[in-house]
Write a protein that binds this ligand. Structure first.
Ligand SMILES: [Zn+2]
Length: 445
């Protein structure tokens, strides 16, 4: 009786719900409205958009017919990353197509596919009878822009969203080997660094040697932030870091993760960073300070003998438990003030993201249920895992609703999320649906 997940997924993938592009706000809303329709026809109730000033809407739906049973908030996001270079795609990013065993399209893996798996699980269970637990669905439209207004939405609708625990479908599983229970993510904060010299660009023949050079100064500022091993030299950066114990390190070490093979897949001879930590630990358990962009002057097709008046850099930090985004940004600003040379103006502008790291435990009822589901699906006990990325919703849900969030999602790490030719395995849609059916049963137990 119930529909093929692709019947839901293909029309959703055709809508370019790019939250970062103001010109696409109408498309983001159209995707939200399609999801409202899918929730309604799938048997959910009280279906509505949750709004906050300036925010792309969140989609809400619920089914609350088993009083006395737990209420589970199911989280996903329906916005997608921009398509920077359509020419590097094999087919148009917003013309979804099934090729072989996979569905291709922007957002297929991150995370319209996993989100649809969750919704079709609810539909198929509701077609058979009552759900084993109460369910509230929350589908965000701003995850890919660091959830700037999710807190406002959660605050405005705190009563409506009240729940006992939450599960996010925004997650992945290894392609082979032992499944993983995701117990945490790194946080994120960012800033823009601007160096201003003379009032305008100046002729390097007329003024060179006597006016300050903003790109040179910016390069020196950025270079002063690390030593040769990649250790961050900003005073206070590591102060609050909770260092994982040897036991935690052993527990989280991924089995079968081959650093050299991984590096080779990136056409690298090895990995950079502090040799006291394994490459995997550097990407998950340790904080980073990364230069993401640097820009100054004219570099296109000829030599322009000018001294640029301006230089910009964008820096972001992945944070670990203990670190606070505002303290880290303040430490970087203090470092810049300390090492800044005279004659230029330097500005540290807070950026877009401000999310601390997130942790939950294997003992939490939602993570326990996720572990049981993975054991049933894979025929073996899952290992613990933490992720190097950031999902602001996990922290915001804990702050505003007071509940922890477990993760159950079946994106593959090779599915080109955020890249060209993004895809999601059709088999993972079915696996996700089966997993969410099992999950609701286990949560009732
Ligand atoms: Zn994403």
């Amino acid at each position: 009786v119930t529909r093929d997940p692709l019947d839901w997924l293909l029309p959703l993938l055709a809508i370019p719900s790019i939250s970062a592009d103001p010109a696409r706000a109408g498309d983001v809303r159209a995707a939200a409205e399609l999801l409202l329709e899918l929730c309604r026809t799938g048997g959910l109730r009280n279906v509505r958009l949750l709004e906050a000033p300036g925010a792309h809407p969140s989609v809400y739906a619920d089914w609350l017919d088993v009083p006395g049973r737990p209420t589970v908030l199911l989280y996903g996001h329906y916005d997608v990353q921009p398509v920077i270079d359509q020419s590097s795609w094999s087919s148009p990013a917003f013309t979804p197509v099934v090729r072989g065993e996979a569905v291709f399209g922007r957002g297929a893996s991150d995370m319209k596919g996993p989100l649809i798996s969750m919704l079709v699980a609810l539909e198929s269970m509701l077609a058979e009878g009552p759900l084993p637990v109460n369910v509230k669905v929350l589908l965000e439209g701003e995850e890919e822009i660091f959830s700037p207004r999710l807190r406002a939405i959660l605050q405005r609708h705190r009563e409506l969203l009240r729940c006992d625990m939450a599960v996010s479908a925004d997650g992945s599983q290894p392609l082979a080997g032992t499944p993983r229970v995701m117990l945490g993510t790194r946080g994120l904060c960012d800033l823009e660094l601007i160096v201003r010299g003379a009032r305008t660009d100046t002729h390097s023949g007329q003024y060179g040697g006597a006016v300050p050079n903003p790109p040179q100064i910016l390069a020196e500022l950025v270079a002063s932030m690390h030593d040769a091993d990649g250790t961050v030299l900003v005073d206070g950066f590591y102060d609050a870091v909770r260092v994982p114990s040897a036991v935690e390190r052993a527990q989280l070490a991924p089995s079968g993760w081959e650093p050299l093979a991984e590096a080779a897949s990136l056409e690298l001879d090895g990995f950079a960073g502090d040799p006291e930590w394994t490459p995997w630990e550097r990407t998950t358990l340790r904080p980073t300070l990364e230069l993401n962009a640097i820009h100054s002057g004219y570099a296109a097709d000829r030599l322009m003998t000018a001294i640029p008046a301006l230089a910009h850099a964008r820096i972001s930090c992945r944070l670990v438990p203990g670190q606070h985004p505002e303290h880290v940004l303040a430490a970087i600003a203090a470092h810049v003030r300390r090492v800044a040379p005279p004659l230029v103006q330097i500005e540290c502008r807070p950026g877009f993201a401000s999310t601390p790291a997130y942790r939950t435990t294997r003992q939490h009822p939602a993570s326990r249920a996720v572990a049981q589901v993975l054991t049933e699906l894979y025929g073996r006990e899952p290992l613990d895992n933490v992720d190097g990325g950031t999902i602001a919703a996990l922290t915001l849900i804990e702050d505003e609703l007071g509940v922890e969030t477990a993760t159950l999602g079946f994106a593959g790490d090779d599915e080109n999320a955020h890249g060209a030719d993004e895809f999601h395995r059709v088999a993972s849609l079915a696996r996700g649906r089966a997993a969410y059916r099992l999950l609701l049963d286990r949560l009732a137990g």
